[in-house]
Design a binder for this molecule. Structure first.
Ligand code: G3H
Ligand code: 13P
Ligand code: ZN
Length: 323
């Protein structure tokens, strides 16, 4: 059942985080649904601009609708990941999406506000929630002076102003992560101080609690990188991601959506590299495909345990209705 992102946030806020998984193909989709059913978790499917052009947006929509029928117990929202204004409007007007992300964080503050506001004005009358980004994700290097390092992070004072003016429904905040497989050097962790300050400032300003979205949340398991490299890959062994044990403490502070893409790509790469290394004579792609679907399902169920969303499906079912 497709529900609104707002409904999922309402149940999850301050208690657990909902996994938002990027999907590009049928095998990922099957594994995603199996993993969420297996772990009894609500979830968010996110489609990037790249995915919409790779698989064709109509193909993705049709596959998601088919999966909804195949897995009638699943409860999920459909979200546009990192949209520009034009793509946001396309998704809002389609009537298929539960929420969109407008990513104008690279623009100056006032321009980011103006663009985000336009998207909110078009989305809200159609019951679509808007995620907006403030602050720049990126490698916050450990050896950079604190002030400079913080320059990339979301400014909690600006965050309140931004939420107030744009009326966005959730905030993608830069709290120390970055996209891809190379996030941290040394012993860095999430900037819990920034998350707490945003929550505090929102409350002080008398605004309703605003769910925070964590982008760049993959954990880039060392074992996965090692197995890929042992099967012919050449990933930088210094690749490092977010400590999975930090998902839940962040969720308790208001991080309600956790975006994961890279880790799933690593599962795909590991499965296929190992399969063709071990069976160089084979060419039926359904064989590694089956292994991938099963491994991806296991991966999703594991993530949901760490996010605290595992086991929440019945509680969610009791309080949501189809969009
Ligand atoms: O944050 C971006 C996501 O990982 C999506 O990546 O644009 O290559 O589909 P993509
Ligand atoms: P990762 O690259 O850490 O998986 O982040 C994905 C993401 O933020 C999608 O919006
Ligand atoms: Zn992202």
């Amino acid at each position: 059942m497709i529900v609104t992102t707002a409904q999922l946030y309402k149940v999850a806020y301050g208690k657990f985080a909902v996994g938002a998984y990027n999907i590009n193909n049928m095998e990922q989709l099957l594994g995603l649904f199996r993993g969420n059913i297996q772990s009894k978790a609500p979830f968010i499917i996110q489609l990037s601009k790249g995915a919409r052009s790779y698989a064709d947006k109509r193909m993705l929509e049709a596959m998601i609708r088919a999966a909804e029928e195949i897995f009638p117990d699943a409860i999920f929202a459909v979200h546009l990941d990192h949209g520009d204004e034009e793509t946001c409007y396309d998704c809002i007007d389609s009537g298929f999406y539960s929420s969109v992300m407008i990513d104008a964080s690279h623009e100056p503050f006032e321009k980011n506000i103006a663009i985000t506001k336009r998207v909110v004005d078009r989305a809200h009358p159609k019951g679509v929630s808007v995620e907006a980004e403030l602050g720049m994700l990126g490698g916050v290097e450990e050896d950079i002076a604190v002030d400079e390092g913080h320059a990339c992070l979301t400014n909690p004072e600006e965050a309140v102003e931004f939420i107030k003016q744009t009326k966005c429904d959730s905030l993608a905040a830069a709290i120390g992560t970055s996209h891809g497989a190379y996030k941290f050097k040394g012993q860095q962790s999430l900037h819990f101080d920034v998350i707490e300050k945003i929550r505090e400032n929102v409350k002080k300003a008398g605004l309703p609690p605003t769910p925070i979205v964590m982008h760049g949340s993959s954990s880039v398991p060392k074992s996965e990188v090692e197995r890929i490299n042992a099967a012919g890959g050449k990933l930088d062994p210094s690749a490092r991601g977010v400590n999975e044990e930090e998902y839940l403490p962040a969720a308790k502070l208001g991080v309600t959506k956790v975006n994961i893409d890279t880790d799933g790509r690593l599962v795909w790469t590991r499965v296929h590299r190992e399969f063709f290394r071990d069976h160089p004579e084979k060419f039926d792609f359904r064989e590694p495909g089956k292994i991938f679907v099963s491994e991806y399902g296991t991966f999703i169920a594991h993530k949901n345990e760490k996010l605290g969303s595992a086991g929440q499906l019945d509680a969610v079912r009791a309080s949501v209705k189809a969009r």
